[in-house]
Write a protein that binds this ligand. Structure first.
Ligand SMILES: Nc1ncnc2c1ncn2[C@@H]1O[C@H](COP(=O)(O)OP(=O)(O)O)[C@@H](O)[C@H]1O
Ligand SMILES: CC(=O)OP(=O)(O)O
Ligand SMILES: [Mg+2]
Length: 393
């Protein structure tokens, strides 16, 4: 059975076409810097022949254009793997949030309504998924659509880390609580560690367009830097991360409109907001190296936030066996890994600089005398979604 997995990220679009039940990826594609007018990067590969296309400086101004470009390559391009798009029987979405749905669900009108109802908690992501589902539905009216919601892995977080200091009725009536995201990614990291051992304490740092730190105890999520909305925890590419909520009435009193405040929190904040350079850390590092002080400040704030959560989770877990870096920044930025690990020296973390610099793909990058095993594990969010989409009765 052909199962297509759609991973609609805050800065990227990723697709994998699986041949199930063997979990063979027959073709894959990605768009980086989706939404950019001349600077998007598109790639596509037919894994059977190893041939594909890779092009940057593209115009991919929105998610719909990215989806259409991938479907064209998949079915009609030089390296197509399908004769007809209808050969896709199921589509699995790494969907973000739907009120009342925490695991894997067929996407029906109730699930879509839940996504719309909780749009304010995940404005960018839910809007992008609603669009992606709509575009796909137009192309594949007969296929089964499945949502694997990003909150599932964190259902094991205990109440004392889940409940905010707000009136308890807000929890009971509106469901206000720490939900957490990046389940597909942190869950995959736990699966990799679970193959080696059953009893362990780990911290997984998913650093991408959205960023989070997750405490994992014996394979289960014990805490996560994300709160209830996507505007929480670490700073993200262009979203704020944790802020002081008293700032909002203050900004209102200064004459900012609700729209201006939401734009600042959701689109013009984070690494982009502090640096004023870009939401892409690669450009921020370049600018910092060229002497741009705000770009350097953005890097410093980012690293400090990661260290802050690792320190807190270390104490809560009571020990730390493995520290994992994953996602776009975690997998590819030796600089960020080094800056974080330097600050973790009091925990006995000791990086092997040569291994860190040389790392491509999965690797242990700590020195032999490090008390914590520091690893890079490339995330594979799509694999679990393909399995669950296929297995849904
Ligand atoms: N070599 C690198 N150095 C620093 N940052 C990088 C590097 N490669 C990728 N990134 C960052 O990774 C981010 C994308 O990560 P990814 O996990 O794909 O994001 P998304 O949240 O969109 O799924 C980009 O914003 C980019 O800043
Ligand atoms: C929550 C989520 O999946 O975010 P992103 O893909 O932007 O990292
Ligand atoms: Mg992502």
């Amino acid at each position: 059975m052909n199962v297509l997995v759609c991973n609609v990220g805050s800065t990227s679009l990723k697709f994998k076409l699986y041949d199930m039940p063997d979990c063979v990826v027959t073709a894959q594609g990605a768009v980086e810097r989706v939404g950019s007018d001349h600077d998007a990067v598109f790639s596509y590969k037919n894994n059977g022949t190893g041939r594909g296309t890779a092009a940057d400086k593209q115009d991919i101004p929105d998610y719909q254009t990215g989806i259409e470009r991938f479907l064209y390559e998949l079915t009609a391009g030089e390296n197509a793997v399908l004769d007809r798009v209808e050969e896709i029987e199921r589509v699995g979405f790494k969907a973000t949030l739907s009120k009342g749905y925490f695991g894997v669900h067929e996407i029906d009108s109730a699930v879509l309504e839940g996504m719309r109802e909780w749009l304010p908690m995940a404005p960018l992501h839910n809007a992008a998924y609603l669009k992606a589902i709509d575009v796909m539905r137009g192309v594949l009216p007969e296929a089964r659509f499945v949502g694997a919601f990003e909150t599932a892995f964190h259902r094991t977080i205990p109440m004392e880390r889940k409940i905010f200091g707000v009136p308890y009725e807000w929890y009971e009536k509106y469901g206000v609580q720490r939900l957490g995201y990046h389940s597909a990614s942190h869950g995959y990291i736990a699966d990799v560690l679970n193959r080696e051992k059953t009893e362990y304490a780990a911290i997984s740092c998913h650093l991408g367009g959205s960023c989070s730190v997750c405490a994992i105890e014996n394979g289960h999520s014990a805490d996560i830097s994300f709160g209830m909305s996507l505007e929480s925890g670490l700073i993200h590419a262009n979203r704020t991360g944790d802020i002081d909520c008293g700032m909002i009435p203050f900004l209102c009193s200064q004459g900012l409109s609700e729209e201006e405040i939401l734009q600042g929190l959701q689109k013009k904040g984070g690494l982009l907001g502090i640096s004023g350079v870009s939401n892409d850390l690669r450009y921020i590092i370049e600018a910092a190296d060229a002497g741009n002080a705000r770009a350097q400040l953005a890097i410093d704030v980012f690293v400090t936030g990661i260290v802050h959560y690792i320190g807190a989770f270390y104490l809560d877990l009571g020990r730390l066996d493995d520290l994992v870096f994953t996602a776009g920044i975690g997998e590819h930025s030796a600089r960020i890994r080094r800056l974080v690990c330097e600050k973790l020296a009091p925990l006995g973390v000791h990086l092997d600089d040569a291994k860190n610099e040389a790392c491509h793909g999965e690797a242990v990058i700590s020195a032999a005398d490090s008390k914590v095993c520091v690893r890079v594990i490339p995330t594979n969010e799509e694999l679990g979604i393909a399995r669950r989409t296929y297995e849904l009765a």
